[in-house]
Design a protein around this ligand. Structure first.
Ligand SMILES: Nc1nc2c(c(=O)[nH]1)N[C@H]1C(S)=C(S)[C@@H](COP(=O)(O)OP(=O)(O)OC[C@H]3O[C@@H](n4cnc5c(N)ncnc54)[C@H](O)[C@@H]3O)O[C@H]1N2
Ligand code: MOO
Length: 393
């Protein structure tokens, strides 16, 4: 059986999606969304030459003083007059430089007696010392945020400073989530030995909590073709995520149910461990991603496929998770034909893989802080070798 390489599977998932319509939102509501267009500054920052320190505005040519203090410039309350030879004004951080002054003497290096000011230190070493020039940060029309960039706290702050009140973003992505399996019960309900508290819906919602999504909870669905088909046929969402029932057993009915509900399958089974039985398809504007039921497989496939799809539909220029690298703390055996995401702990910059890599084991996942990425057919690796990792905690 040929399995689809994960990079190809990722590209195909993104290609299935229909990019969401746009809306304008206040910057206060835009955290974690992606800018659809480049965001341009509506003002210059600083709008005037400003003092960077508390002290005195002087003319550099007048050093080493003394000076006569003729007034004050505070933030928002500029000095109205002009500083002539031998004159200075009191000035504070963020205040406009008075006309005629070009340099700020910090107050720690000055002594004042009434209007008389003298140098009491080395003084500013060069012209314009402690002055923030008009436009130092940005000028009107400069690009503050590129199209496709995420609106992080710092980017929202630069928009505010740039006089940008509203931004264009994709509308929230509607994500419907269904767990399937006769053995599953709502977490917290009393469960006998043949039942299992359902955890994948909670896992997925938590994994996407920072994304601009609205969730539709389809609940826990039984392994019955007609029930699954009816539920999938009624979905109105941008993304339908199912978990479980994706493999080859007699009770793995997600694929036939999706087919019966009118979804066209794009692929099934990929070269990934854990996560091999993943499937993807589409019906109208709804992309379906069928995740394996094993919780660790659901976790890894959600990170590698569902999150990037939601980010892509939201306008992200770079929707994929960003691996970094670490030194291996222990040797690793040669890898087989699937890309392997090993649950591991990062300690003192070294990654240690768990000895048992079973895709049902949530406690191992919960203890892990990273996943070590092993490409298909990677040769055996030694302690001290470098490896790609994906941080997960
Ligand atoms: N003969 C074969 N058997 C299996 C293969 C295969 O290639 N040939 N693939 C294995 C792989 S790999 C995986 S992964 C699993 C996943 O299969 P399914 O997607 O059909 O998952 P289920 O059988 O429904 O469940 C697997 C496991 O996970 C538990 N589970 C399911 N959903 C949830 C949930 N929402 N919350 C918590 N736990 C859940 C379920 O009880 C099972 O124990 O198939 C292998 N088999
Ligand atoms: O691919 Mo399965 O997810 O290894 O257990």
């Amino acid at each position: 059986m040929t399995l689809l390489p994960i990079e190809e599977a990722q590209a195909r998932v993104l290609a299935l999606g229909t990019v969401a319509a746009h809306e304008d939102v206040a910057i206060g509501d835009a955290l974690g969304r992606w800018a659809v267009h480049p965001i341009h500054a509506a003002r210059t920052q600083p709008a005037r030459d400003l003092s960077a320190m508390d002290g005195y505005a002087i003319r550099f040519a007048d050093l080493p003083g003394p000076w006569q203090v003729i007034g004050e410039s505070a933030a928002g309350k500029p000095f109205a007059g002009r500083v002539a030879a031998g004159q200075a004004t009191r000035i504070f951080t963020g205040a406009a430089m008075p006309d005629g002054a070009d340099t700020v003497l910090v107050q720690e290096e000055a002594e004042r007696d009434g209007e008389r000011l003298i140098l009491a230190g080395e003084g500013p070493p060069h012209l314009s010392r402690n002055v923030r020039r008009r436009g130092l940060d940005f000028s009107v029309d400069d690009v503050l945020v590129d199209a496709g960039q995420r609106l992080t706290p710092a980017r929202l702050a630069v928009c505010a400073t740039g006089g940008v009140a509203r931004v264009t973003v994709a509308r929230p992505i509607r994500v419907a989530i269904a767990a399937t399996g006769d053995e599953l019960v709502e977490p917290g309900t009393s469960a006998g030995p043949d039942t299992l508290p359902e955890s994948n819906r909670l896992l997925l919602r938590a994994l996407f909590a920072d994304l601009p999504v609205t969730f539709v909870d389809l609940g826990i669905l039984p392994d019955q073709l007609d029930v699954l088909t009816r539920a999938f046929a009624q979905v109105e969402a941008d993304v339908l995520v199912t978990t479980g029932g994706a493999s080859v057993g007699d009770h793995d009915l997600v694929r036939p149910a999706l087919h019966a509900a009118g979804y066209a399958l794009d692929f099934w089974r990929i070269a990934l461990r854990p996560g091999k039985p993943m499937l993807a398809g589409r019906r109208g504007a709804t992309t379906v991603i069928g995740l394996p039921g094993n919780p660790v497989s659901a976790f890894v496939t959600a990170l590698l496929f569902v999150r990037p799809l939601v980010a892509h539909l939201s306008g992200a220029a770079d929707p994929y998770p960003s691996p970094t690298s670490a030194i291996l703390g222990e040797p690793l055996a040669a890898n087989g034909n699937r890309t392997d995401y090993l649950r591991a702990e990062l300690r003192d910059g070294r990654a240690y893989a768990s000895t048992i890599q079973d895709s049902s084991m949530l406690r191992t996942l919960a203890r892990s802080t990273c996943l070590i990425i092993r490409p298909p057919h990677a040769p055996a690796a030694q302690a001290g070798d470098s490896a790609e990792i994906l941080m997960i905690a």
